[in-house]
Design a protein around this ligand. Structure first.
Ligand code: LLP
Length: 383
């Protein structure tokens, strides 16, 4: 991953920066495309994971659609050449402006999250003399066995329409003239590494699809969302996720009617491993149990450890060969105690000026940066 030539080049660069291995992204995208094509599945890239133009170009060229959660993301997808008829738009709080923008762009589908949203989209489409294609985002009440902040498919979560509202939805759909309901949409959470969660999702989708079919309602599209996890602990063990196994779970367990399409919204699995946050050690300081390595990136550049206690592997890339390790708390410069990338991280004896790579940072890294403490915007570098 980090060879000597690359490290010499990094040494001269202003830190911190995000480093993207576009070759690895290309391999990942190719593997995903091949595995999904085998089953004629449709993949939309979840822009929320990373909106870097360079990465978007590679993903768009692979023929993927775009999964967006704001008007800004819809605009970004279109500006970057994603075709409007492959754009889906989800989110519990779409504003009128965002809906109008997406209607004007003739996007493929709104993933609708409440009964009231159905009425609003219908009304706005009527004023524009259009018909909006929508999918009902269903809350399937499936536990994704992942961090509580990134679990979305439980009844207690704010996402989707719960089963007790289905009869109201059916009645509403009969009266709304400017909406065409083409699908069911689900998303149970993110960083899912337990295949059983996806199997349970399939079982639930089958139940919901049958429930609607029993009432004479059929859908062209079943959208099962994203959520496929990656290996944060050993990023080099299998840098390209096993897409073949993932898609074959759905092929095996998801029942489909003739001609019914299956859609996915993958974010993390496509972009996580191609990105690293590269940061320089500013100070080494003695603590009680460990030393502190104070680095020049903070939670403002990568918030996942502070927000979710997420683990990211940290490597001292200036001393790749050195065997004698010590334990360091790797902390940033922000005035918050949660500004810590890792506790008791084993690193070779580390010195001021060394470069550290914080791995698996391509998804939900650069997009979640902030200017707290008036930090400057971090820049990306590409291979
Ligand atoms: N579709 C919907 C409706 C979603 O809400 C999400 C992610 C995705 C697709 C893509 O999920 P993925 O394949 O990337 O797991 N910031 C958190 C992750 C939040 C995920 C939000 N929704 C993190 O850093 O772990």
């Amino acid at each position: 991953m980090f060879n000597a030539a690359r490290i010499t080049r990094f040494q001269k660069e202003q830190t911190p920066f995000y480093f993207y291995d576009t070759g690895l992204l290309q391999q990942t995208v190719d593997a995903c495309r091949q595995a999904s094509e085998k089953h004629a599945f449709h993949v939309h890239y979840a822009l929320k994971a990373n909106v870097n133009n360079e990465l978007l170009r590679i993903i768009r060229d692979a023929g993927f659609g775009a999964d967006c959660v704001s008007g800004g993301e819809v605009a970004k997808a279109l500006e970057n050449g994603f075709s409007a008829d492959q754009v889906v738009f989800a989110g519990v709080g779409k504003t009128d402006q965002e809906i109008n923008f997406a209607l004007d762009a003739d996007i493929f589908c709104f993933n609708v999250e409440s009964v009231q949203e159905l009425e609003v989209i219908d009304d706005l489409a009527r004023k524009r003399n259009k018909q909006a294609q929508i999918a009902l985002r269903i809350n399937p009440n499936v536990n994704a066995n992942t961090h509580e902040y990134i679990t979305t498919g439980l009844e207690e979560n704010k996402f989707g329409i719960n089963s007790w509202e289905f009869n109201t939805v059916i009645e509403k759909l009969k009266t709304l003239q400017h909406i065409r309901c083409i699908g069911l949409h689900f998303h149970i959470g993110s960083q899912i590494t337990d295949d059983n969660a996806f199997k349970s999702l399939c079982v639930k989708v089958n139940e919901f699809r049958r429930w609607f079919a029993d009432r004479g309602i059929y859908f062209k599209v079943l959208n099962v969302g994203g959520g496929l996890g990656v290996d944060y602990h050993q990023p080099d063990r299998q840098p390209v996720v096993d897409f073949a196994s993932y898609f074959s779970i759905f092929d095996q367990f998801l029942e489909r009617e003739p001609g019914q399409e299956v859609h996915f919204e993958l974010g993390r699995a496509l972009v996580a491993q191609c990105g690293s946050l590269i940061t320089r050690v500013l100070y080494i300081k003695k603590g009680i149990n460990t030393n502190f390595a104070v680095v020049d990136a903070g939670m403002t550049e990568l918030i996942r450890p502070a927000l979710y206690h997420a683990y990211h592997r940290i490597e001292n890339i200036s001393r790749p060969e050195e065997g004698n390790t010590q334990k360091y708390d790797v902390v940033g410069p922000i005035c918050e105690s949660s500004d810590c990338f890792g506790k008791e991280v084993e690193l070779p004896e580390t010195h001021r000026g060394d470069l550290l790579a914080i791995r698996t940072a391509g998804a939900y890294g650069e997009v979640m940066t902030s200017s707290y403490n008036l930090r400057p915007k971090i820049r990306p570098l590409f291979l």
